[in-house]
Design a protein around this ligand. Sequence first.
Ligand code: SF4
Length: 198
Amino acid sequence: MMAVEQKNLTELQNFACELGADSAVLLDAKIIDVKENLAALCQNPRCPNYGVAASCPPHVGGPESLKKQLSSYTKALFFRIMAKKADVYSSKIHDIQGQIHTIAASLESKALELGFAKARGFAGGSCKNMFCADQPDCNVTAHNGPCRNPDLARPSMSGYGIDVSALAKAANWPPLVVQNGGADKEDFIPLYGLLIVG
Ligand code: SF4
C-alpha cells in the first residue's frame, strides 16, 4: 500500500472518532462476509421497516449485488458507538442510529474527497424513523424522487446481509452488552457502521 493511501486511511479512521464514533478499525475488505440468510431476516420475521425506505430491502441491492462489488474493494473502516442499553430500548434509538448514518455518510464524503472514488458508507436501522419521521413516506420509494437527506442517510448493513458479528470479532470487540466498570454499572450496547474503499 502506498504511504499516501495509508495516511488517508488513518485520516478517515481519526475522522470517524472526531464525528462521534467510540472506536474505529481498519480491516481488510476481504473479511467482509455477506450472507443471504442474514438479509432474509429483514423479511422473515418481517421487520416493521421492511419496504418503508430506500435504505432497506427490497429497495437495496442485497447480498448478490454487494458480493459482486466487494472484490474491487480493499479496505473496510468499521466503527461503533457504545450506546446506553436503556437508550437503545427507548425512542432515543432513532437518534443513536441517526448518528451512525450521519457518521457513515460523512466518512463516505470525506473518502471521496481523499480520492477513494468508490467509497460507500453503510449504517443500520431505517432512515425513515431518523430523518423523515415527520413525512408521510419516503420520497424515493413513494414518489421516485430524490432522497431528502442524501448527506445523512445510508443503506442498512442488514439489508445487504453483511455479517456484522464477524466484523466485530475481527475488530476484537466484545459482542453485544458490555458492562461498564464504573460506579454506575451501566450496560452498553455497540451499534455499528461501515465504510468500504477500493
Ligand atoms: S427520503 Fe427519507 S426515508 Fe427516503 S431514503 Fe431519504 S432519508 Fe430515508
